[in-house]
Design a protein around this ligand. Structure first.
Ligand SMILES: N[C@@H](CCC(=O)N[C@@H](CS)C(=O)NCC(=O)O)C(=O)O
Length: 203
């Protein structure tokens, strides 16, 4: 029986799972269930009480969430995890980069929700500015370490790739590449990877 993945083509968190599944040769073992978690009639909560994608329903009926948990589970299936290195310096770097990428996505989605689900009167400019600042600082930190991102593809680099592509999808007017040439060049290189090409965000 196939695993079932609650998935949205624009979710950067769900894309992390898709990339790891492709890289590990597990995509054929997963049935993708397109899901719209923000729709009023969404039934995602039937698989994930938090009502969020991604959620992975295993063959025994157990459901895993969120994206860090699902990605680590898929990585472990062949007994040879490469996206989540064993405890040690490489693991802390990978997890820290994942946290930075997830944090960019979290802040970007808060901005998007503020813009799409709240009326102009309800919107808080201070809250929006706070999220924008978090994204800006995280991108600046990534520019500083962009020279060290090449030569590996752990959950850290997967997550950064997904976060940057999400900024292109939703906030292209912010022009995150401006002033960050090393990060932009790394992003162009990593985007050529077949798993990245196969999982490009689609509206
Ligand atoms: N930390 C979670 C975040 C997942 C998440 O926020 N997903 C969004 C879609 S991009 C969602 O389903 N949101 C629905 C909601 O917040 O109600 C993860 O890494 O999987």
């Amino acid at each position: 029986m196939k695993m079932k993945l609650r998935f949205s083509t624009t979710s950067p968190y769900a894309r992390k799972v898709q990339i790891v599944a492709i890289e590990k040769g597990l995509d054929a073992a997963i049935e993708v269930v397109p899901s719209a978690p923000f729709a009023a009639d969404s039934d995602v909560h039937k698989d994930n009480p938090l009502g969020k994608v991604p959620a992975l329903v295993l063959a025994d009926g157990q459901t895993l969430f969120d994206s860090p948990v699902i990605c680590e589970y898929l990585d472990a299936q062949d007994g040879n995890p490469s996206f989540f290195p064993a405890p040690g310096p490489a693991r802390w770097i990978a997890l820290r980069r994942q946290a930075l990428g997830d944090g960019i996505m979290d802040a970007a989605i808060l901005r998007r929700v503020e813009a799409t689900m709240r009326t102009p009167e309800q919107r808080s400019p201070a809250w929006l500015a706070r999220q924008e600042a978090a994204i800006r600082r995280a991108l600046d930190a990534l520019e500083q370490e962009a020279g060290e991102l090449d030569g590996q593809f752990t959950i850290g680099e997967v997550t950064i790739l997904c976060a940057l592509d999400y900024l292109d999808l939703r906030f292209s007017e912010d022009r995150w590449r401006d002033g960050r040439p090393a990060l932009a060049a790394w992003f162009e290189r990593i985007s050529q990877r077949p798993s990245a090409q196969a999982s490009r965000p689609k509206e």
